[in-house]
Design a binder for this molecule. Structure first.
Ligand SMILES: [Zn+2]
Length: 51
């Protein structure tokens, strides 16, 4: 099962697909708005924050 992660800044609805897991932290650059987003995935909840 994967979860679609939206960009918190722009209208990019598919920043990436994340496979479910216990804990993960990913830093990704949005291809649309060029912001650096830190995604923290914990217990099936995703927090997206611009850094
Ligand atoms: Zn974006």
């Amino acid at each position: 099962m994967t979860t679609k992660v939206k960009c918190p800044v722009c209208t990019n609805k598919r920043l990436l697909d994340m496979a479910s897991g216990d804990q993960a932290e990913i830093i990704i650059k949005c291809p649309r708005c060029q912001n650096i987003i830190r995604l923290t995935f914990r217990k099936n909840r995703i927090k997206a924050k611009v850094i």
